[in-house]
Write a protein that binds this ligand. Sequence first.
Ligand SMILES: Nc1nc2c(c(=O)[nH]1)N[C@H]1C(S)=C(S)[C@@H](COP(=O)(O)O)O[C@H]1N2
Ligand SMILES: [Mo]
Length: 390
Amino acid sequence: MDSQRKIVTASPENSETPLETVASWVTPNRLFFVRNHFVVPPGDRAHWELSLEGRVARQKRWTFEALAAMPQHSVFATVECAGNGRSFLREKAAGVQWGAGAIGHAEWTGVRLRDLLEPAGLAASALEVVFEGADQGTEPDHPTPMYFSRSLPLAKALDPDTLIALRMNGDWLDGNHGAPMRLFVPGWYGVASVKWLRRIRVIDHAYPGYFQTKKYSIERITSSGRRQLPLGPGIVKSEILQPAPNASVGVGTNRIAGIAWAGEERVSRVDVSTDGGRSWHAAHLKGLQQTYSWCHWESLWTVDSPGDFSLMARAHTESGQTQPFEYDASNLGYLINVIVPRVVHVTSQEQAPAAFADDRSWADAMLAFSEENRRHSLDVELAFTGGEGI
Ligand SMILES: Nc1nc2c(c(=O)[nH]1)N[C@H]1C(S)=C(S)[C@@H](COP(=O)(O)O)O[C@H]1N2
Ligand SMILES: [Mo]
């Protein structure tokens, strides 16, 4: 059977990338996880307009066609939902009970946000930029309807890699991933990348939006005491993809493989333990290691007697960030990078010895993908029929 997204809630769709069957560097769009708070709004390219207002000298409006005709920029980046892995927490936290799959990696293409903001003339008082989607609804603690919206600090909004994305892996965005356009904020949790983007507003104060004060915020000690702050950049994390939870493997040499990522940073090392955290050894990092993107890793494990084993992976960054053994409760059910032991059973059956996958072919596959995408003409003549939708 074809692999499919793993549905967590059907309506609105919240679904996971089937990580155990999608081991490629780039996640195919149809398998890429979906996090929707409200019903997907109609994403009609022919009639879509994006507006810019607030603390700018000149208000602006763009059609989809106008943005598609501007210079395009591409960024490879991993997107993780801030609640990814919530179902593994020992103390249950409210929210969608995600397994490990609220994550994916894609090439995002569109217009640099700063190419829209700078020509509009930012006021000296500009502090944050608010992004509003076309989807709306209510939450149990917010019974009046609201549009999904969130803000970015000005510096991240002006970062050359922050995009208004029109394409994902070379194809126009599909409905679930924000068609016809979304904000794309590489290195930050998915919540920052507002889908079905319709309105941009430059403001001179801290935005008190629901999705960064009531939800998607974390507790931190600041100069003015303990405060709840909007969550933003991703933190370092890894996931074991192989062997699967509770898998049975034979004695001999087995392959342990997985992924690791670190928000705006680069993964520098992944350590693996096969004895419940008593001893660790460095895994082999494969292919490209770059900021924003997950990297694959693997390790060979020779085991000569049967039994139950507890496998762990622990990723590190160049700046010394690493994964904790205990969940930090001040993260309020988000930023879940605690090490989750993976129990596997070793049987007395002899295992055909595993070997490292070929490094060269991995790098080649990544580069071929990127080349292929660049062959798509990004400034094609757009001929849309009214109501074509997504
Ligand atoms: N307009 C809008 N944007 C949104 C959301 C949403 O519900 N509405 N969900 C956010 C969250 S929490 C995540 S994790 C990402 C998920 O992006 P994806 O569904 O394309 O994987 O979109 C973000 N952008
Ligand atoms: Mo999310």
